[in-house]
Design a protein around this ligand. Structure first.
Ligand SMILES: Cc1ncc(COP(=O)(O)O)c(C=O)c1O
Length: 507
């Protein structure tokens, strides 16, 4: 028998296989062997002979084929040489904490989101405050500071979808506010299938105490902000802005609440950098839709600074952007009125502490990664979109429901691939996850609804009150979606998915 390890694709092509199809045979491990071969007999009709052994050597039409099992990571960071070089330069520069690279990243992000000028000048003092992006050490910090700038605190209520990650809600808890969870629409939004809040229930949940609603652009698909704004506008009569207690932050928050004159719309846009949606006839990027937005640059996100995040906001009538920017700086750096960079100016050592606040600034080492990620970001988004198209085709073929990342008027940032297997429950879903991982395909679940988590159960929430969230979660699997996946990896994942799905049907 000829050893065809190196030329297997060519050999198999002559029998009608496409070059990638040998990977399908990888599915033939001990447990699934017979069913997978059945699949091939059904689909291809040309198997004449095969032998299986523990070394994963197969015989196909007399040719010996060596097959490698692939290990597909769920979401490794895509860090290139440019990022590594920029980090080294930051480290050699003598400035590793918040400094010129962080300020430059803020400007470039503001230009990208279109909440600031496409102006990269880091030197001019006037320009320093003109953009509406503040880089921080996480989305959680951005989300908390967004609420603190808005003056959310004890006695206030914040509305959060039950179907999200903890940070969407914990930021409000940190501020001392009370969370009101709202269920999602049944099976998600009808166009995108994104597990989006039920906006009728949102309207019912708004009370005299509500100060903010948190919208989550989950998986990178942008929420219906037009609807959210119309709901909060319709409840304006219930809203009473907070009066200042005389401290600088309270003074400022009170002015913001009065200027808005309604419940604030806050976006948890941890997944959404690069997404966009039509808003009142105009295409707007994530970050330019809600009153305040928080992004995550955590290691698993599309765009990473290892850890990291950013806050941004829309222009508020009567409020200077520079004032908002300054309060973010104060809140993120001990309430200190000069950051380390400002203190380097001649004779400028002296500073004041305005409030006993927090410490969550971004470092220049983190920003160095971000600057080079941003150069590559359009290409990274495009690659994610290509992978999504391949997954969509397989899910459609298998009758699996999935997110629609691109529909008229909505363009996602292509962050997560959520799919839901019809007719199965939690236990069967978990079995599928195990089977996929035995084949080397690591998957995940985004998310287990918050009312199922200990912390939120302790606050009195019960998943029984959020049936749509539970139904959405119980048959959901998140496939690996990242830019280190090769075309062959994607084919392998699709073949594994087909295998476990058909395996299940034959049981
Ligand atoms: C929806 C959502 N919000 C917030 C966060 C928190 O992001 P970070 O880790 O940057 O604080 C995450 C992180 O995974 C998230 O998925």
């Amino acid at each position: 028998m000829a050893d065809a390890a190196d030329s297997k694709s060519a050999d198999l092509k002559s029998y009608g296989f496409k070059s990638h199809q040998p990977h399908h045979l990888l599915m033939c491990n001990r447990n699934t062997r017979s069913r997978v071969f059945l699949l091939y007999l059904k689909e291809i009709h040309i198997f004449s002979d095969y032998v299986y052994n523990n070394q994963e050597v197969y015989y196909f039409l007399g040719f010996k084929i060596h097959m490698e099992k692939r290990i597909i990571k769920f979401s490794p960071p895509d860090i290139g040489e440019d990022e590594i070089k920029e980090v080294c330069e930051a480290m050699r520069s003598g400035w590793i904490t918040t400094g010129p690279r962080t300020k430059l990243l803020e400007r470039r992000l503001a230009a990208y989101i279109e909440t600031g000028r496409a102006d990269y000048d880091t030197e001019s003092e006037a320009d320093r405050w003109s953009n509406r992006v503040v880089c921080l050490n996480s989305a959680t910090a951005a989300e908390e500071l967004n609420l603190r700038i808005l003056g959310v605190g004890e006695g206030d209520e914040v509305i959060v979808p039950a179907y999200t990650y903890s940070a969407s809600a914990s930021a409000a808890v940190h501020c001392g506010a009370t969370i009101r969870f709202v269920d999602i629409q049944k099976d998600g939004d009808p166009k995108t299938h994104m597990p989006e809040m039920d906006y009728d229930k949102l309207a019912e949940a708004i009370t005299e105490k509500t100060k903010a609603v948190v919208c989550v652009d989950l998986a990178g698909i942008v929420c219906d902000y037009e609807k959210v704004f119309s709901v909060v506008e319709s409840k304006k009569s219930l809203f009473t802005p907070k009066e200042s207690d005389g401290t600088p932050l309270s003074d400022f928050s009170s002015r913001i609440q009065k200027a808005l004159g309604r419940v604030a719309v806050v976006s948890d846009c941890a997944h959404g950098l690069g997404g966009s949606r039509m808003f009142r006839g105009e295409k707007k990027n994530c970050g330019a839709l809600a009153d305040f937005t928080g992004f995550s640059f955590h290691a698993v996100k599309n765009f990473t600074t290892a850890e990291g995040g950013a806050a941004t906001w829309k222009q508020i009538p009567g409020i200077e952007n520079s004032e908002i920017y300054k309060f973010f700086q104060l809140l993120s750096l001990h309430g200190q009125n000069k950051d380390a960079l400002a203190k380097t100016k001649v004779g400028a050592w002296e500073y004041d502490i305005i409030g006993p606040w927090y410490k969550c600034n971004m470092t220049d080492i983190m920003a160095a990664i971000g600057l080079r990620q941003l150069d590559r970001y359009p290409g990274l988004l495009k690659r994610r979109e290509e992978i999504i198209a391949k997954y969509d085709a397989v899910c459609d073929e298998l009758g699996i429901s999935h997110l629609y990342h691109h529909v008229p008027g909505i363009d996602s940032s292509n962050h997560l691939y959520l799919m839901r297997i019809p007719g199965i429950h939690e236990e069967e879903r978990n079995e599928l996850i195990v089977k996929l991982s035995e084949m080397g395909v690591n998957t995940n679940v985004h998310y287990k609804p918050l009312p199922m988590m200990t912390a939120y159960k302790s606050l009195g929430f019960d998943i029984k009150d959020f049936p749509n969230s539970f139904n959405y979660y119980e048959n959901l699997i998140t496939l690996p979606l990242h830019t280190l996946l090769t075309d062959e990896d994607v084919e392998y994942i699709c073949a594994a998915l087909k295998s476990v799905m058909r395996d299940g049907k034959e049981c």
